[in-house]
Design a protein around this ligand. Sequence first.
Ligand code: ATP
Length: 350
Amino acid sequence: MTGGLHLADIHHRFGDRQVISGLSLDVDDGEIVCLLGPSGCGKTTTLRLAAGLEELQSGSISVGAQQVAGKGIFVPPETRRIGLVPQDYALFPHLTVQGNIMFGLNSLNRREREERAATLLRQVGLAHLAGAYPHTLSGGEQQRVALARALAPEPRVMLMDEPFSGLDVTTRGAVRRTTRKILRARGVPTLIVTHDPGEALELADRIAVMRDGVIVQAGPPADIYQEPADSYVMELFGAPNRFSATVAAGKLDTPFGLIPAGSFDEGTAVNILFRADAVRLAGDDGDGGAVSAKVSSVRLRGATERAELALEKTGERLVMDRLHGSGLKKGDMVRLTVDLTAFHLFLAAD
Ligand code: ATP
């Protein structure tokens, strides 16, 4: 291992509550990794342990080849050379933007500090705000100052805690793209904590999905989305449709016909999950295996519309996303097909 952040077999408890249970995670050179999971699963604790703000109880943390925490080892936060962007940015209110960025650069002389700050300000597109105070900046500008301040001492690793959650929807996308561009340009390995699956898909080279203190799956965004390890990971990225069936003669009986049960044993209860865009109006792709359904609602969701439907025969509910303008409305009877390759099978106990 040459650079990056390496967490190995971390366990952590607060009082008698186990919060992290055997977590291992690598953020390699130049990589952006998103740690994704719901509130309370232990993401911020993981970040704080990596930064040295929380003392490690068990396991090992390395930055590059240097072990910074482990049995008998505790390198204090200020000498780990880890840049941290906290959720609230924590800018110094009495310092200007330039002052904030120059703050941690004590080893440089004044001219070098000014040059470093000017370069970063140009990079984050805020050169014109060098003399402004934090309270006069928008949320997106504050976020970029916090990013520049964390990058200024040339950290070996960057940690960002929900860096876009305080921004309004219109600013968020642009700030995310700028952040990714800057992190890329500087090549600094970065771990970003988020509970937003869309954000993780857009930002990450790899996503580590966390649940109850463990990583349940880690991999490139496309792998996590297309090959979820379990129903939890699948549902995190949106899979509102589910059938249940039991394997009989190697098949599963669904409202759309029999499908192969794959590697599941005879008699096993299986959940079949699929996304809303796998449901089509028959005629889009031909009529084979189409079933009748009644539209119970249609809602616009931006570029797409989402229809909720009830299958005529079984009453089971399905959700279908399609480009809007289809003219569907509540009460319509339609014929549906499903892209069977989009079915994901999981043990019903999952
Ligand atoms: P969120 O997205 O809501 O911040 P998270 O995934 O970052 O959630 P953590 O902040 O790491 O989760 O918290 C994990 C669990 O540990 C939570 O149940 C939290 O209440 C608990 N916890 C965190 N810090 C402490 C602490 N200092 N003392 C006691 N319990 C704590």
